[in-house]
Design a protein around this ligand. Sequence first.
Ligand code: SUD
Ligand code: ADP
Length: 324
Amino acid sequence: MSTRPDSTRPESPEGTRPESPEGTRTTPVTVRVPAKVNVQLAVGAARPDGFHDLANVFLAVSLFDEVTATPADALTVTCEGPDADKVPLDRTNLAARAAEILAARAGLDPLVHLHIAKHIPVAGGMAGGSADGAAALLACDTLWGLNTPREELLDICAELGSDVPFSLVGGAALGTGRGEVLTPVTAGSFHWVFAVADGGLSTPAVFREFDRLTADAAVPEPQASPALLAALASGDPEALAATLANDLQPAALSLRPSLRATLDAGAAAGALAALVSGSGPTTAFLVADEEAAAKVAAALDASGTCRATRTASSPAPGATVLPS
Ligand SMILES: C[C@@](CO)(OP(=O)(O)O)[C@H](O)COP(=O)(O)OP(=O)(O)OC[C@H]1O[C@@H](n2ccc(N)nc2=O)[C@H](O)[C@@H]1O
Ligand SMILES: Nc1ncnc2c1ncn2[C@@H]1O[C@H](COP(=O)(O)OP(=O)(O)O)[C@@H](O)[C@H]1O
């Protein structure tokens, strides 16, 4: 375990700190939050603001981070887990940003220590940072007894990033706009294997590569696929396997050609479908059941084409306060 502390306390003159609100808890609050895979990621042309319109069918999977919020004298962040050294501990950490935004709205100083137990691959296309942002928001809201209405929490999530609202909500949902406008969709249960790659991929860089690769093409308006939504609802893995689609996959493969070998190794081991998770470089393998998951994970581990594997099921619940 590596744990790196860092103070991110904002500038604030002595003596101006507001009193804690009446509902503030003195005991820590822990929130569990899932990773995601995009079962459909349809990407439109770049918008004037630099974002891309999406039809983003999110599915939460049972691979979780936990964020614990504890009263403190200043805003600090620590992280434990195999990728802890890749997680920023300053104000750019989405968990710290969530605490700052919520505190500012409530007229408080963010006097909280946030500890992240990190299991979601970092910069892996599984929305780990977004997950921690949503988890910290819910943990601080609970710690400070604010009872912020759900719609306001979702607004703060959208301010934090396009994927963050889904991390709060979990389950399965269609994200439109830049991915932040959510409509719940029905999903049966599915089994997955994830292959974690060495190193991450930058999401903006993958979108830029998408723009480069599609520069001479007419990029259609992104639309959710009715066949995919029906397959997702049916719980039939073979039907879902036939409809999975990720428009960012060619861009991720262009930036990281070695991912092709990982996709091929999983497919050869019996995965029903293999695709890049979001902007990558984590690769996702849809399998028939738990037994197939164990077999595909073992084959991927033995293939030498990835750093580690994880098995998971879907859908998983969104950010949830754990009993203390
Ligand atoms: C691609 C997706 C698929 O779910 O996730 P990842 O696979 O990276 O986890 C998301 O769209 C990532 O969402 P998120 O990571 O929250 O991105 P943001 O912080 O909002 O934006 C980071 C940058 O990504 C690009 N971006 C993001 C979303 C979007 N609809 N269009 C974009 O072009 C922009 O360059 C933006 O400046
Ligand atoms: N809590 C966090 N966990 C991981 N990365 C974070 C966090 N907060 C900010 N980041 C930054 O976000 C970048 C993207 O990380 P992440 O959200 O894990 O990947 P992705 O956007 O591919 O799903 C990281 O490289 C890191 O600089």
